[in-house]
Ligand binder design. Sequence first.
Ligand SMILES: Cc1cc2nc3c(=O)[nH]c(=O)nc-3n(C[C@H](O)[C@H](O)[C@H](O)COP(=O)(O)OP(=O)(O)OC[C@H]3O[C@@H](n4cnc5c(N)ncnc54)[C@H](O)[C@@H]3O)c2cc1C
Length: 382
Amino acid sequence: MTRDVAIAGAGPVGATLALFVADADLDLAIVDARHEGDAGRDRALALSHGARLIFERLRLWTALCAQAGAVTPIAQIDISQARGFGGVRLDAAEQAVPALGYVVSYRALQRVLDEALARAGVVVAFGTRVRGVAASTDAATFELENAPPLRARLGVVADGAGTPIASIARQRHDYRQCAVVGEVWLDHPHGGVAYERFTADGPVALLPERDHYALVWTCAPDEASRLLQLPDDAFLGELSAHFGARVRRFVRVAERRAFPLALDVARNPTQPHLAVVGNAAQALHPIAGQGFNLGLRDAYDLARTILDTPRAQLGEPAMLARYRQRRTLDRRAGIAFTHGLVQLFGNDLPWLRVPRGLGMVALDTLPFAKRAFSRAMLYGLR
Ligand SMILES: Cc1cc2nc3c(=O)[nH]c(=O)nc-3n(C[C@H](O)[C@H](O)[C@H](O)COP(=O)(O)OP(=O)(O)OC[C@H]3O[C@@H](n4cnc5c(N)ncnc54)[C@H](O)[C@@H]3O)c2cc1C
């Protein structure tokens, strides 16, 4: 039996795609390795205003905001560099938008999406792991653990981790850095202000979340191991010293962990009868908060392409070419912008401090530059 569309992974990206096509007259299958009711490990997702609009189209934004502490608006973003001059303050009120972005709980979002899938009558085969993917001239086939293979005119890989797909070439770049993440509290309310500080070891970000900040501290892998082992007081002392006087006193830390940072991109996210979306298509450095937003736009654009394609032509080269045309510019820009920012700000080359500082001064003082940068943050780079 050949389905119309089969999606591997009902994470935020796969679930969003499934919800957009749920009402169409399609034979849709979706599988996920996690167990029913398990919304995954929590993390603070950085959502752009454009991502909010995607969830509004699905009528899910209000439900998400109704979950206690699930969504924290970002009112201002403060960008600065250690050991250098210049700084930028972006302000939602100045840009006439309700917020510059949102910090969203991964688990809360996943729960809202799982409930919406159930309401829409989309049955997720939970506890079903995809072991391999094969694309042929007429269909894609997912090899499943403990279940018969799943064949579809269009197979979509949205498994986040990037199940190895032999036919899809990937570009990888190991940043030789880790992100130490955790929750930190200041001795005063955050007021919706997010901070991004570029230091010699890499960027440090503080994202306002509920009553605390979600911390993303990039550093060398050895340093990350050392930071994880420090007692809380010593960790907070080092964070204060590293962050500088931009914020006042850190008083508490919880949930510290670290993960390695790499750029891992599918060179071409389509093969005949197959599309790769979300983190499986592009896992980016968190420096600019672009990764998840790009993934959501993959889901949205693929759903539009599916909906304007006759069933018999799903997965055909012409359909996949239309999808690539919609995604290529945005995707390339998001990847290049993020990678470029890491190269420009993720080092301590003294000769770069002055141009970096001048760039930030220009961004802060030239209204058109500030507006263009804010719009890129809000809606993506297309
Ligand atoms: C460790 C880590 C920390 C991160 N921290 C942050 C952060 O702090 N802030 C931020 O904005 N972004 C963060 N990200 C990125 C963010 O999580 C992703 O952009 C986002 O989750 C992408 O959504 P997705 O649906 O593509 O993938 P995922 O969220 O990974 O979802 C994939 C889904 O596929 C399922 N799956 C996986 N493998 C299989 C398989 N073989 N068969 C079937 N199902 C499968 C999973 O169970 C899951 O439900 C982090 C990523 C990682 C890996």
